[in-house]
Write a protein that binds this ligand. Structure first.
Ligand SMILES: Cc1cc2nc3c(=O)[nH]c(=O)nc-3n(C[C@H](O)[C@H](O)[C@H](O)COP(=O)(O)OP(=O)(O)OC[C@H]3O[C@@H](n4cnc5c(N)ncnc54)[C@H](O)[C@@H]3O)c2cc1C
Ligand code: SF4
Length: 340
C-alpha cells in the first residue's frame, strides 16, 4: 500500500473543504471497499478525509412523510431501524441480503452507493481495464465474464454494479442529497449511477469533491407487497449474480402500481419503467409477470460466459413478482450452483 495522510472532519463544510484542498484525496466512510482497493493498488489516494465523526448518522422523518437516512448511518443501523423495517421492508431486506454482519456494521449508506464493481480485472492491475486505466482495453470482453452485464453495456466496459441496497433504493425512487464546493443539491436515484458508454471510469454523476450527505425515501414504501430476491453462488457473503427488487400495489387481484429493479445485470441498478407499465392495471398472474420479464430482457446481450443470465433474469423476475403479489417477503437465501 502507498503512504497517505489522514484527517477527520467533524462538519460537512470542513470535509468538502479538506477534499477540495487536497488533490488526489478520497473520502472514507467505513473503509470496507476503499481500503481493499488501496491494498490492491487500484486506488492510490494521497490523503483520506475521514467521515465517521460527521453528524450524519441519524434516520429521521421528512416533512413530506418520507424518511431521511444520514449518509453515515451504517448499513446495519439502517436495516434494523424500526421505521425502515416497518415502512420500507424492501430496503431492509435488500441490505440484509448483502455482505456479512461485520461488514454491515462498518459500511455506511453513502459508501454503499459509491462501492465499485467487483469485475475481477478491475482489481487485477496486471490486466488492461478501461475503468481503472481509460484507453487500456477491457479484459472482460473476450475474457471470463460470468458476472458481467447483459444490459446497458458498451464496447468499453461490461462491468456490473454490485450493491444490493441500491437496487431497493432504485425501486423506491430515493433521492440522493449531496454537498459540494458549489453548494448543496439533490439527485434522483435513477440519475445517480451511470452506464459505461465511452467513460467507464465514471461510475456516477457526482461532481469532483461532492459528498453524499443523505438519502431521502418518499412516503410510499410498498410495505405490503414486496420481494428482494437475490440469486448468488453461495448462500451468504456473496454478491448477486442476479437480484430483483419487486414492489406492487394491489386492489384485489389488480396491480395498481409496480416497481421493478434488477441488480447484477448492468453498470447501474437497472430499473425498467416500460415493464412496470406492462404490469399496471393488469391481473397479478403468471402471464402478466412473464410479459414484464420478457420486456426487461428485450435488449439483453450475453457474452461467452454469462448468456445464462438472460433466462435466469426472466425467471427471477417472474418469481419475485409472484412472491411480491402473494406477500412473501423475500427469498434471499437462494443458492445458485455454478452450473445453473
Ligand atoms: C467481502 C465483501 C462482501 C461484500 N458483499 C456485498 C454484498 O453482497 N452486497 C452489497 O451490496 N455489498 C457488499 N459488499 C460491499 C459493501 O456493502 C461496501 O463495501 C460498503 O457498502 C461500502 O461502504 P463504506 O462506508 O465501507 O465505503 P468506503 O469503503 O469507506 O468508501 C467506498 C467509496 O465511497 C466513497 N465514499 C464513502 N462515503 C462517501 C460519501 N458520504 N460521499 C461521497 N463518497 C463517499 C469513498 O471515497 C470510496 O470511494 C461487500 C464487501 C466486502 C468487502
Ligand atoms: S468490464 Fe469494465 S471494469 Fe471490467 S475489465 Fe472491462 S473495463 Fe474494466
Amino acid at each position: 500500500m502507498n503512504s497517505f495522510t489522514y484527517s477527520r472532519a467533524t462538519a460537512v463544510e470542513d470535509a468538502v473543504r479538506e477534499k477540495s484542498t487536497h488533490p488526489d484525496s478520497a473520502y472514507i466512510g467505513g473503509g470496507t471497499n476503499l481500503l481493499d482497493l488501496m491494498k490492491e493498488n487500484v486506488e492510490r489516494p494521497v490523503h483520506l478525509v475521514g467521515l465517521n465523526k460527521l453528524p450524519l448518522t441519524t434516520i429521521e422523518p421528512t416533512p413530506d412523510g418520507g424518511l431521511r437516512l444520514g449518509a453515515l448511518a451504517t448499513n446495519a443501523d439502517t436495516a434494523w431501524n424500526e421505521e425502515v423495517k416497518s415502512r420500507y421492508p424492501l430496503l431492509s431486506q435488500a441490505i440484509l441480503a448483502g455482505a456479512s454482519p461485520q461488514l454491515r456494521n462498518m459500511a455506511t449508506d453513502g459508501g454503499n452507493l459509491m462501492q465499485r464493481t467487483r469485475c475481477y480485472y478491475f482489481y487485477d492491475t496486471a490486466t488492461p481495464c478501461n475503468k481503472r486505466e481509460p484507453g487500456s482495453g477491457c479484459s472482460a470482453i473476450g475474457g471470463y465474464n460470468r458476472i458481467h452485464a447483459i444490459l446497458g453495456a458498451s464496447e468499453q466496459c461490461i462491468a456490473t454494479h454490485p450493491s444490493d441496497m441500491c437496487i431497493a433504493l432504485a425501486a423506491l425512487e430515493a433521492t440522493v442529497r449531496v454537498s459540494g464546493p458549489n453548494g448543496d443539491r439533490t439527485i434522483a436515484f435513477e440519475d445517480f449511477h451511470r452506464l459505461p458508454g465511452n467513460t467507464p471510469e465514471r461510475d456516477n454523476n457526482l461532481e469532483p469533491g461532492e459528498l453524499i450527505t443523505g438519502l431521502d425515501l418518499p412516503a410510499k414504501g410498498f410495505e405490503k407487497n414486496f420481494t428482494y430476491l437475490k440469486l448468488r453462488d453461495r448462500t451468504s457473503y456473496a454478491f448477486a449474480v442476479i437480484s430483483v427488487a419487486a414492489a406492487l400495489e394491489l386492489e384485489g387481484d389488480t396491480i395498481t402500481d409496480a416497481r421493478l429493479a434488477l441488480g447484477g445485470v448492468a453498470h447501474k441498478p437497472w430499473r425498467d419503467k416500460e415493464a412496470e407499465n406492462l404490469l399496471k392495471g393488469q391481473p397479478a398472474t403468471a402471464d402478466t409477470f412473464r410479459r414484464a420479464a420478457a420486456k426487461v430482457v428485450e435488449g439483453a446481450h450475453g457474452y461467452e460466459h454469462n448468456t445464462f443470465k438472460i433466462e435466469l433474469a426472466k425467471r427471477a423476475i417472474v418469481r419475485a413478482l409472484k412472491q411480491a403479489a402473494e406477500g412473501t417477503q423475500q427469498a434471499s437465501d437462494v443458492f445458485l450452483n455454478s452450473n445453473p
